[in-house]
Design a protein. Structure first.
Length: 562
């Protein structure tokens, strides 16, 4: 789809029920309209549900150990994740031991105990107790323990995220009791790798940074007009031809356009895809692949022209926008797409597959005998109903293979697509309309979550999509649209931030566009609505940004002057 301030798409997600709107509690009953809500020494993002201040600090030392207790097979992996981070910066040995195997209580300070408690009600919640002598972290399973570990990481000095040992740091954290769980089950971040390609190493770094702030779905936009980025064994031309474009338009649209004259491309092998999926799973992040259809497919048509309604020839797009040439609704096209998706679902084990469905011009279908034969055969009211038919065919294939379909909100515009989830990008109204039809909905409105827009109107900002999306405006994002009744509210699964990359060609530029806006979004999706205060968020962000500094993230500093 077109990645601009006026056009957009995409979601990801598990069909989980959204958390009910519940108020966050703080010791002392602070008014969320004033700051500070929590003491400044707790620089936590996103804000937990309950924070109880305690006096004193806990100091790590050479005798610090991590003990695990519980049956979850992933618990040891989480313990090792924490131990390796602490070892790399402190130089302490930080052994991991099993409290269950010990047969008797493990004593000695400071001890970090990670417990699995199956009696807890939620999969992602946790309870974290930090005293001056020990840390106890309890959750229903390893996923909740992991989120507690990420909170524990933020309680430590920012240098805990440095690439190696750091001298002169006192490895201590403030004593506290935290009870926490997310408001929404779906908390996503998107990355468009079709307009500009990003390496496996950067994608994994992106996932790491998402996980630090408790985002749990990575939406990987893998195909579009400007590039096909995923290896499909049955159709090698998709990467031999479709992964490359002969040149790229320079800067904003102009007449005539200016091109750089440089061939550009890249793709991920299936082994690389598996590596990223496994890396994400280790951080409890699901990967939502997007394979665009029936529009935004010029890279595929350049590779296999017979999939179009006209003979071509076609080339992988060298500029941005919406193009008239789309997949023709022929049986050959459906065979191609189900073959492609058959390979995709072997690579991505999670429940959902995104198929786009946005910005579909009808001109080629109106003029195509093949398309018009489908309209007649299927007794469709008009050519405009072809998209719902097209997406419905794909949804049936995915359902038969144990998967669910996600599409941009255009898929809900005409008729009901069974077993589909809607990603609402055009605004709150389209999300509201989809929910009222009974669709599960992921909210990702362009006015709040499109991070390809500029962070500010200041001179010197890098090239962006055109509009300004401030940190404060992202923080104000409310996923549940006004007018949605109590019965339909659970259909709002959560929300997602999107980074379209027409104007974003480097790792540094990508990080700048995402940070610190990702932190504001994480709080909008995790924290109770009643607890949120932008002034308080800014105070915590100032301290929390030390972690971004240690990680070497190239983030916008506008908030420092607010």
């Amino acid at each position: 789809m077109l990645r601009t301030a006026t056009a957009r798409r995409l979601p990801s997600a598990l069909l989980l029920v959204a958390w009910a709107l519940s108020g966050c509690e703080f010791a002392g009953g602070a008014d969320p309209a004033r700051e500070p809500i929590v003491p400044k020494r707790y620089n936590l993002v996103p804000l937990p549900r309950l924070v109880v201040e305690r006096d004193g600090n806990l100091k790590l030392g050479a005798d610090t150990r991590i003990a695990t207790r519980g049956a979850d097979p992933d618990l040891d992996r989480v313990a090792t994740f924490l131990a390796q981070r602490l070892r790399s910066v402190t130089g302490y040995p930080v052994p991991v031991v099993s409290a269950d195997a010990a047969g008797e209580p493990i004593v000695g300070a400071p001890l970090i105990e990670l417990d699995v408690d199956p009696s807890r009600p939620d999969d992602e919640g946790y309870v974290l107790d930090v005293s001056t002598s020990a840390i106890q972290l309890s959750a229903k399973g390893a996923r909740g323990v992991f989120y507690g570990v990420e909170t524990l990481r933020q309680l430590l000095p920012g240098e805990v995220d440095a690439p190696g040992p750091t001298d002169g740091v006192t490895w201590s954290m403030p004593a506290v009791r935290i009870e926490d769980a997310p408001r929404f089950a779906y908390r996503g971040m998107h990355l468009d790798v079709s307009r500009h390609f990003f390496s496996v190493e950067f994608v994994e770094r992106y996932i790491d940074l998402m996980a630090l702030y408790k985002m749990n779905t990575f939406h990987w936009h893998l195909t579009d007009d400007q590039g096909w980025r995923i290896e499909i064994k049955k159709y090698p031309q998709l990467t031999a031809v479709g992964a490359m474009r002969k040149e790229t338009v320079v800067g904003r649209p102009s007449k005539p356009p200016i091109f750089d004259g440089q061939p550009y491309g890249g793709f991920y092998t299936q082994d690389e895809i598996r590596e990223v999926v496994a890396y994400a799973a280790d951080r409890f992040v699901k990967v939502l692949p997007e394979i665009e259809m029936p529009g935004h497919c010029l890279a595929a048509l350049a590779s296999y022209p017979e999939l179009a309604c006209t003979p071509g020839p076609f080339e992988t797009a060298t500029s941005w926008g919406v193009f008239d040439d789309i997949y023709c609704p022929s049986e050959g096209t459906f065979q191609f797409l189900t073959d492609v998706l058959g390979e995709v679902i072997t690579l991505f084990p999670d429940a959902l597959v995104h198929v786009g469905g946005d910005e579909v011009p009808e001109a080629r279908w109106r003029d195509s005998p093949v398309a018009q034969e489908v309209v007649t055969r299927e007794s469709l009211a008009s050519t405009s109903d072809l998209e719902a038919y097209f997406v419905g065919r794909i949804a049936s294939f995915l359902t038969a293979n144990g998967r669910g379909l996600v599409g941009w909100d255009e898929i809900a515009a005409r008729g009901k697509v069974a077993d589909a989830t809607v990603m609402s990008w055009r605004g709150a109204d389209t999300g509201l309309a989809a929910a009222l039809q009974g669709y599960p909905v992921i909210m990702t409105p362009v006015g709040y979550t499109y991070f390809d827009q500029a962070q500010s109107g200041d001179l010197g900002e890098p090239l962006a999509a055109g509009a300004v999306l401030s940190l404060e405006h992202v923080y104000a994002f409310e996923p549940v649209p006004a007018g949605l009744g109590e019965a339909q509210a659970p259909l709002i699964l959560g929300g997602q931030g999107n980074l379209w990359t027409e104007y974003v060609a480097t790792n540094e530029h990508a990080e700048y566009m995402v940070f610190p806006r990702l932190l504001a979004l994480s709080e909008a999706l995790w924290s109770p609505r009643a607890s949120r205060s932008y002034l308080d968020f800014l105070a915590r962000l100032t301290g929390n940004a030390k972690h971004l500094d240690a990680l070497g993230v190239n983030y916008a500093h506008h908030f420092e002057s607010q």
